[in-house]
Structure formats: structure tokens, C-alpha cells
Design a protein around this ligand. Structure first.
Ligand code: SF4
Ligand code: FES
Length: 237
């Protein structure tokens, strides 16, 4: 395949890129970090969280949904945009129940790490603490539903190895939405597949049963390096 080389500008910096590449990746490869939660590099974009809000030309757009095109002018680091991203993160904290100090995912949770990244101290929105029943039904996985941010990573990227069927789904609408698990398929997941699903979840909703604090707090990935540093270094998510 022939790739067309183009030029774009991000925060005043002239950048050479391949036409159609993802804006988040292009920015990162040129030392510019855009916060993300639902986007997984190398996977189709989901566009569910909008935390990657940037300005493209005169419009605000979710960067992970933007394929770069010649002449594009992008703004990332500007106070109003930064506040929009912060507000989106705050709304996610306000919608669910996020008790970071007691959560098994603390220190390796993308939402917590992005919260630090955007400088969030407290949510400007009223905390709802939406109650959602836990699901203990599967052999290896516990679902802490009230932490789910509905990013759909698990829905789209976790499949049964044999049939390709989805293992996770979202039921309900609005405040009654909740994440569901197909117990029969989940019980067939290998240990490595369970670990991948746990790692893929950007919060502490998908938790492996019988594993608690196997990695001490203080030594976890975001305790050692911030999500920005990890992303810029190309570390795995
Ligand atoms: S369980 Fe985790 S990965 Fe799945 S939709 Fe909720 S937050 Fe996203
Ligand atoms: S990271 Fe872009 S919409 Fe979620």
C-alpha cells in the first residue's frame, strides 16, 4: 500500500504524517500527549469517552476519531480545551462510584491516572453514586459494575477464542445501563485472556477473582510513571 505523506500543524508545530493516520497517534509520535480513555492504539476507535477533545480547525472533535488530512490545524494545549477535558473526566467520576484508595485497580487505573493528568481534585458535578449490583456469576471474573464508564473496550475487544462471540455487552439505557457478562463464554477464558480483559478495562470494573493486591501499591505502573510519560514512551497500555 502506498501511503501519502501530508503536513499538519499541532499547537503551532509543523508535523509530517501519513494521510489517514489517527490524530492521537500522530500527536503522540511527535511528543504531544492527548489524554484518552476508550482509545486503544492499534484497535478501531470507539469514540465513547470524548476525553480526547481537541480543536481541529474551528471545531471541537474527539481526536481519536480524526484521521489526519493535509493542512489540518490542531490545537491541544489551550486552557479552555484543557478545562473541557477535565470536565469530561470529572463527569465520569461523578457518574459512578470511584473509591480509589480502596480499589484493587488503584495505581493501574487509566481513569485515576487521567484524573491526575488533567489536574482533577474534585468533581464540579454532583456525585451520583449510581448503585449497580456486582456480578459474581462467572468463575474467574468479578464485575464491580458501579465503576464502569461504558467505554466499550471489553465489549468490542474481548471475544471468545473459538466462536468470536462477544463476552461482554451493555444492557439498559441511561441510568439503568450496566455491563453484562456471558458467564458460559467467560468460564472458557484462559488465564491470559482473563488478565488481558482486566488490563483492558480502564477502571476497576473487570476484576480477577482470588487475586488481590498481587502488586503492591506504590509499585504499580502509574505509581512509577504517569500515563503521559508511559504514552510518550510507547509503553503498553
Ligand atoms: S467494564 Fe471496563 S472495559 Fe467494559 S465498558 Fe465498563 S469500563 Fe469499559
Ligand atoms: S479516547 Fe477519544 S473518545 Fe475516548
Amino acid at each position: 500500500m502506498i501511503h501519502t505523506q501530508i503536513q499538519i500543524q499541532i499547537d503551532g508545530k509543523n508535523i509530517n504524517a501519513r494521510k489517514g493516520d489517527n490524530l492521537v497517534d500522530v500527536a503522540l509520535d511527535n511528543g504531544i500527549y492527548i489524554p484518552t480513555l476508550c482509545y486503544v492504539r492499534g484497535q478501531p476507535c470507539l469514540g465513547t469517552c470524548r476525553v480526547c477533545a481537541v480543536q481541529v480547525g474551528t471545531a471541537t472533535a474527539a481526536a481519536c476519531t480524526v484521521p489526519v488530512a493535509h493542512g489540518m490545524v490542531v490545537t491541544v494545549n489551550e486552557p479552555e480545551l484543557a478545562d473541557q477535558r477535565k470536565a469530561l473526566v470529572e463527569s465520569l467520576f461523578a457518574e459512578g462510584t470511584h473509591n480509589c484508595p480502596s480499589c484493587e485497580k488503584s495505581g493501574r487505573c487509566d481513569l485515576q491516572a487521567v484524573g491526575y493528568e488533567v489536574g482533577m481534585m474534585v468533581s464540579r458535578f454532583e456525585y451520583r453514586f449510581t448503585p449497580r449490583q456486582k456480578d459474581y456469576g462467572s468463575e474467574h471474573i468479578l464485575l464491580e459494575r458501579d465503576r464502569c464508564i461504558f467505554c466499550q473496550r471489553c465489549v468490542e475487544f474481548v471475544r471468545d477464542a473459538g466462536s468470536g462471540q462477544k463476552i461482554f455487552s451493555i444492557s439498559g439505557r441511561g441510568t439503568t445501563s450496566r455491563i453484562e457478562i456471558n458467564v458460559e463464554l467467560a468460564n472458557k477464558m484462559s488465564a491470559a485472556e482473563v488478565t488481558r480483559a482486566v488490563d483492558l478495562c480502564p477502571v476497576g470494573t473487570i476484576i480477577e477473582k482470588r487475586v488481590g493486591f498481587n502488586e503492591p501499591i506504590g509499585k504499580r505502573k502509574f505509581d512509577i510513571r504517569s500515563i503521559r510519560e508511559r504514552a510518550l514512551a510507547g509503553d503498553p497500555q
